[in-house]
Design a protein around this ligand. Structure first.
Ligand code: MG
Length: 165
């Protein structure tokens, strides 16, 4: 078995011209929210943290090295592309998801109404049953940048196990 950890943070800003925020997308889901992540890709912090957790478990280069933010091809990129690459590397090593646990920290929007849909999206992208995936949300108690709604943060741990049979 192999364990991996992933972490990501994105600033949240209003859309142009008041800021550089992109549409709010998290776990591949578009959510209605007045601010959105600043990022070179679509800024999906959950998919980035999951991608880094899987790559970390494999001992492979992280998302920033595989998909540099200096590469114009990734401007506005759908972050599912990054996780699909990590999943391909996992599968080619004969490994599959044992389980994955994600904690999303943001003041708004509330995560719990969307957690199940995010779990399903991750299960589809990772090629596993949804009961192996857990997504939960927390606030940052109104303090610091995350608590003031200026950033979103995600922590992920994942266990990979050999494919059997
Ligand atoms: Mg990121």
């Amino acid at each position: 078995m192999r364990i991996g950890h992933g972490y990501d943070l994105h600033r949240l800003e209003p859309p142009p011209p008041d800021g550089d925020g992109r549409p709010f997308i998290l776990g591949g889901l578009a959510l209605d929210h007045p601010t959105g992540p600043v990022g070179h890709s679509d800024g999906d912090a959950l998919l980035h943290a999951v991608t880094d957790a899987v790559l970390g478990a494999l001992g492979e280069p992280d998302i920033g090295r595989l998909f540099p933010d200096t590469d114009p091809r990734h401007d506005g990129e759908d972050s599912r592309v990054f996780l699909e690459e990590a999943t391909r590397r996992m599968t080619s090593r004969g490994l599959a998801i044992g389980n994955l646990d994600a904690t999303i920290i943001c003041e708004k929007p509330r995560i719990s109404p969307h957690a199940e849909a995010m779990e399903q999206q991750l299960a589809d992208l990772l090629g596993c049953e949804v009961d192996r995936i857990n997504v939960k949300g927390k606030t940052h108690e109104k303090v610091d940048a995350v608590g003031e709604g200026r950033a979103i943060e995600v922590h992920v741990v994942v266990l990979l196990e050999p494919v059997t049979g």
